[in-house]
Design a protein around this ligand. Structure first.
Ligand code: SAM
Length: 292
């Protein structure tokens, strides 16, 4: 990009660059990046188009435009994503929270509304979006959040601190539930919430480059049919759940039926609800432990 001396020049250059890179919303994204990099509001940009540019801030804006032009998701470029009305830091070490995942928060709040002191376990917490939203909306809950990625846990902790709930969440690194089964949580967990990786190998081949090239594979790859991690989780979960404990799980297209027919579900759980997302895809599976 050529050197720029004013907001309006930089804006026009950015729109051209993003358009050329095939970004579908170049004008909006150029404004978002400018607001973020220059530390000014949209109103200031519109009312002062010829305002002189600070050289350092301009370099920063140009470097962000380059990242976006290489198709890095806008959320990583700007460093945040809104989820359930809260603002989360997102970096390439964590999955960008998706709108359909908010349904898990809604279902969990509904299930636990009458519990006096629920114990909630968020497995595969990533950015911490589920654990933190639940901590905000269920102030009496005790929450444990776990992930295999230590880098993701670090970001989740930062988010909890920023959003004022770090005292109410216990962060644990480990592979699914194995590290928790031997501790004093056995039989005490009221609900397990999970948005585990569920992309099948077939789907992987068709993922858009924005996702495949930038989001962590550990957060996406669910094995040949996408359900490897859920099968393991469902086998391990009864060891932690209380006698009427619940599980709330997010799945992909065509997986809700498969999951509900898994022997680990039919033997140990009753199905409470399968909730579709806004596109009509059965997205959230809620089950409750039953004693045989
Ligand atoms: C689909 S992302 C979900 C992140 C976040 N909960 C959300 O809804 O945006 C799945 C998360 O599970 C974690 N994960 C993958 N395999 C795991 C395992 N075996 N044990 C624990 N966490 C795992 C990944 O590191 C990733 O953070």
């Amino acid at each position: 990009m050529p050197p720029f001396t004013s907001y309006s020049q930089l804006y026009r250059g950015a729109v051209e660059m993003l358009t050329h890179a095939g970004i579908s919303n170049p004008r909006h994204e150029a404004l978002w990046i400018l607001e973020y990099a220059l530390g000014v509001t949209r109103l200031e940009l519109h009312t002062n188009p010829d305002a002189p540019l600070d050289a350092e801030k301009c370099r920063r804006a140009v470097s962000l435009f380059h990242r976006r032009a290489l198709r890095e998701p806008i959320q990583y470029v700007l460093g945040t994503q809104e989820f359930f009305g809260l603002d989360f830091i997102v970096r390439p070490e964590v999955l960008i929270p998706r709108p359909e995942t908010e349904l898990l928060v809604e279902e969990t709040i509904t299930l636990l509304r009458s519990e006096t002191r629920p114990v909630i376990l968020d497995v595969g917490t990533g950015s911490g979006c589920l654990a933190i939203s639940l901590a905000v909306h269920l102030p009496r809950a005790m929450i444990i959040a776990s992930d295999r990625s230590v880098a993701a846990l670090h970001i989740a902790r930062l988010n909890a601190m920023r959003l004022g709930v770090s005292q109410r969440i216990l962060w644990v690194a480990g592979d699914l539930l194995a590290h928790l089964l031997s501790g004093n949580l056995a039989g005490k967990v009221t609900a397990i919430i999970a948005n585990l990786p569920y992309i099948s190998h077939e789907e992987w081949d068709h993922l858009s480059p924005d996702v495949k090239d930038f989001e962590p594979r550990l957060a996406l790859d669910g094995g040949p049919d996408g359900l490897d991690l859920y099968r393991r989780l469902l086998r391990e979960a009864p060891g932690l759940l209380s006698s009427e404990g619940c599980m709330v799980m997010e799945v992909g297209i065509g997986q809700a039926d498969l999951l509900c027919r898994e022997p680990s579900v039919t033997h140990a759980f009753k199905i409470l609800k399968v909730r579709p997302d806004l596109q009509g895809i059965p997205r959230v599976v809620c089950v409750q432990r039953h004693l045989a």
